[in-house]
Each structure stands twice: as structure tokens, then as C-alpha cells.
Design a protein around this ligand. Sequence first.
Ligand code: 13P
Length: 250
Amino acid sequence: MARTALIAANWKMYKTPAEAKAFVEAFLPLVAGHTRDEIALFPSPVLLPTVIASAAGSNVAVGCQNMHFAEEGAYTGETSVGQLLAIGATHTLIGHSERRQYFAETDEIVNKKLHTALKHNIIPIVCIGEVLAERESGQTESVLKTQVTGAFAGITAEAAAPIVIAYEPVWAIGTGKTATPEMAADAHKIIRAEVANLLGSDVAAAIRILYGGSVKPDNATALIGQEEIDGALVGGASLKPDSFTAIVKY
Ligand code: 13P
């Protein structure tokens, strides 16, 4: 089955509004008319209005890096799905490894956020991946299965269509160490098989699984070119328009 690739930029906690605006103004002409892949930017919440306004009417979507599972309430410092939709965000990351590592997000929290995202029609990118010690001790498969099972608890096949998964081995994030295309493809096969197990083969065949972790212009073709890899979630190399464009045009 042909799956349209999604190439996504996770800017993490970088850029001011002026820098974000300058990025979008430089980037849009570079990717104008590029319809082969979907493109999305994930800036910090404070940058969202600027980036959404700058990208309006273009082929570039904009989403948040995180979202709370509650619709509203006394959750200081958090952002709700309604707030994101009201300003025009269309996507959200859920359960990025930095959220899991530094902000104690569990599979249970990821699951609650996924339910909220699907209920309100914001496109969720659910991030999973093993840490180095888990890979080295042969636990990659069981960790990925546990994360997929936990994230998807209570999700039906009918509701699952918008979901995107990002496989981001934690040891490859920001380290310059990339999974080889074969390692990434093997992990994606494990994830897709688990989705098939939970939600059936049609959902599994259609779901997009992105790879993230030190994706750069010089390794993007080999990674995204893999049959199993349906795009990329890019950190460091997405901060400059030229390098992110080179990845978009892998
Ligand atoms: P790097 O591309 O900087 O390794 O970051 C990957 C990532 O965490 C994207 O979400």
C-alpha cells in the first residue's frame, strides 16, 4: 500500500518568534509545489501563532509538541486541545521521549492524550522508542510492543485512521548516532505487526510510521527510502531551512 510520507520538524525549545517567522519565509519558497510528501512544523507553543500565520495557505502544516489530555482545567503551564485547534494547529506530538524522560510521561498518559486527540480531530503523532540499555539487553521488541499496546489501549480500528507513529530510538536522538536503515526498518516491522495484532491488518497497512533520531540530509534518502519508513521526525537538522528542505526532498 502506498503511504504518503510525512516529514516533520520538531524544533524543541529553540527559536524566537522573529526567528521562526524568518524560517517560514525562507522555507516556503523552497518547498513550494512539493506535493509528494506532507510537511509539518512543530514549534514551541509560544511560536505557534506566528508560525501558523506565516504558513497560512501553504503546503506546510503546523502542530504542537505536546498537549494535555484534559479538555480544560487547573493545569498550570499546560495547553489544551481546544486551545490548539482554536489557533489553527492541526497536529500534535504525543509522548516524545523527552516528555517521557524529563516530564515523567507514561504510556498511560500517552494513551489519555491519544484519546483526547482523536476525539477532537487533531492529528496525533505518537512517539515511541527504546533507550540504549534496553537495546543492548535485547529488550527492544518487548519495549516497543509495550509502548504500542499502552498507547493504543481502548482505541478502536474505526478511530485509528488519523494516528501517526514516530519510532525514535532514544540513543539516536541528538547524538549523531543514527539507527541504520535496516535497524530502523526492523523496528518499524515490529511496531506494524503489533498494530496489526491490536487493530487488524488494514489499520496496520495504512498507518504511517516515521523514523526520528539524527536524521540529516545525508542519511535521509537511505532511511526514508526504506519500504517500512513513512517519513521522518527531525530535530537538529530541521532548524535551518536549507537542511530541512534537503530532507523534505530526500
Ligand atoms: P535529532 O534529529 O536532533 O536527533 O532529534 C530527533 C527528535 O527528537 C525529533 O523528535
